[in-house]
Design a binder for this molecule. Structure first.
Ligand SMILES: [Zn+2]
Length: 115
């Protein structure tokens, strides 16, 4: 899902058609489809277009923008959306950056040399 309406009513077809006309003028081939109250990419939309539109949707949604974080992991520049309940997620992925940081702290604590 790319966007969700605040209404409980499905996205009107004429509104979707108007939106797709504007999108098509600015970015040929770009189109959205409605699924009830949600908008998603049409099947023929390319990866770069999906990324660009997802970024626009994220950057224009203040609630989500406040949850956008930059992973502090070494040599990691991933951005991620903190969807944790308490909003305290720190790493892009615990399995990679989080575990590396834990291992580094462990080695430092016991004066061991990191592998
Ligand atoms: Zn990371």
């Amino acid at each position: 899902m790319l966007l969700s309406t605040r209404s409980h009513r499905p996205v009107p077809e004429d509104s979707l058609a108007a939106l797709n006309r504007v999108l098509g003028d600015k970015a040929p081939g770009l189109a959205l489809r409605a699924r009830g109250t949600e908008l998603d990419f049409a099947a023929n939309v390319g990866l770069h277009q999906k990324i660009a539109l997802s970024a626009v949707a994220l950057l224009t949604t203040p609630r989500d923008l406040g949850r956008l974080k930059l992973c502090p992991g070494d040599r990691c520049a991933w951005l991620f959306l903190d969807e944790s309940r308490n909003g305290r997620r720190r790493w892009c992925a615990m399995e990679t950056c989080g575990n590396r940081a834990k291992a580094r702290r462990h080695y430092a604590r016991y004066g061991l040399k990191a592998q």
